[in-house]
Design a protein around this ligand. Structure first.
Ligand code: AQP
Length: 357
């Protein structure tokens, strides 16, 4: 009998500058999964502090991401929305996973290398251990599916590695306690407690690129404001950023293959497709042969039509911080109920002594 329910978990860091890549690569997909899964969406504030966050800004950023979830269409009554630091089980399970994950695994994470930069000695220990916390976020709820942008693929693979090692290391114990379910690991059947979570990555906006440089992903920390459209940009700012977006001199091709080696054109077509729920081929059917002078205003109009209503709803929600805080407390209470059960099982599996569920 399977006791692992299908469940979606994902998170966004409250690090400011929430941008179109976060929306198209993550939040918009969170919204679309609500009809098919039980979903848990988390503002991952423990992750945010792996690099310095100004405390007063952090609180506002937590509320901003929450407002973005709700304004985009996530239903916090039907699904669970909360901030990570209110559910201590994430940090507890992360510690256990720190003891399961190997130094070599974490040393290979490209995000750590990029974020730590040249001076790795000065990076926080938290930044290094970040992927083990991410595995804990997901596996505290034994989530089976995680919608993320392509940049998170490697971290998701690590989550599966951690789950697999835990299942293997403790297989006999999981079995004798009657927990988990049979799973194949390679050719071997083991009794596994944690699912091997599937990433949900894909679509035309799995990797939205910078508007100033088609070889770099759109990112919160890019020093150039023109590189990204942020969720709170007004119509003028959105139009200006798209008008100034870097492009080449050619018109748009009529086939997707024609976007090869044209990263900026590919990016703008991908953004149009994702905003309008179509694929790139359909965009090119409409705009193939057009110059950017025609395509950019159409893209700007579309982006404004899609983003502006979300931005005004975010502003309305953020005007009442107490209401957002109370929503997060309620969400955390619901999340904790699930998290508690997992941690009780995990502690028993590991051999700790304490109350059982
Ligand atoms: N450019 C992107 N295209 C598609 N998806 C993206 N995501 C981030 N950038 C893009 C997805 O957004 C979700 C939220 O991730 P996060 O809050 O952990 O932020 P991040 O990945 O740290 O965001 P940035 O902008 O990339 O921040 P910095 O500049 O700090 O590196 C994730 O699902 C992510 O895949």
């Amino acid at each position: 009998m399977s006791n692992i329910e299908e469940r979606v978990f994902s998170g966004i860091q409250p690090t400011g500058n929430l941008h179109l890549g976060n929306y198209l690569g993550a939040i918009k997909r969170f919204v679309s999964l609500q009809d098919d899964y039980n979903c848990i969406y988390c503002v991952v504030d423990l992750h945010a502090i792996t690099v310095w966050q100004e405390p007063s800004e952090l609180a506002n950023n937590i509320r901003e991401v929450t407002a973005a979830f709700i304004a985009s269409g996530i239903d916090p009554q039907k699904h669970i929305v909360f901030n990570q630091s209110q559910v201590a089980e994430h940090a507890e399970l992360a510690w256990i996973f720190n003891c399961v994950a190997r130094m070599g695994w974490l040393s290979r994470m490209t995000q750590f290398k990029e974020k730590a930069g040249k001076d790795r000695e000065k990076a926080s220990v938290g930044l290094f251990a970040y992927p083990a916390l991410m595995a804990a976020d997901i596996l505290t709820y034994r989530a089976t599916h995680v919608p993320v942008g392509e940049d998170q693929k490697q971290h998701l693979e690590l989550t599966r590695d951690i789950a697999q090692k835990f299942n293997n290391d403790f297989s006999d114990r999981i079995s004798s306690l009657g927990l988990g379910e049979p799973m194949m690991v390679g050719d071997e059947k083991v009794q596994g407690y944690f699912p091997l979570t599937e990433p949900l990555i894909g679509g035309p906006a799995a990797r939205v690129m910078s508007l100033r440089d088609g070889s770099k992903k759109m990112s919160k920390s890019d020093p150039s404001d023109l590189s990204r459209i942020v969720m709170t940009d007004d119509a003028d700012a959105i139009s200006k950023k798209i008008r100034k977006a870097k492009t080449d001199a050619d018109g748009l091709p009529s086939e997707v293959e024609g976007l090869k080696n044209r990263p900026e054109a590919d990016n703008l077509v991908g953004i149009y497709a994702a905003l309008n729920d179509m694929d790139k081929a359909s965009v090119l059917k409409e705009f193939g042969g057009a110059q950017f002078g025609t395509f950019k205003p159409a893209l700007a109009d579309l982006a404004v039509a899609k983003i502006d209503p979300i931005a005004s709803e975010m502003r309305r929600l953020q005007a009442d911080p107490a209401e957002i805080d109370s929503l997060l407390v309620k969400g955390a209470d619901r999340a904790r109920e699930i998290a508690n059960r997992t941690l009780a099982d995990v502690k028993e599996i590991v051999g700790f002594v304490g109350p059982r569920r």
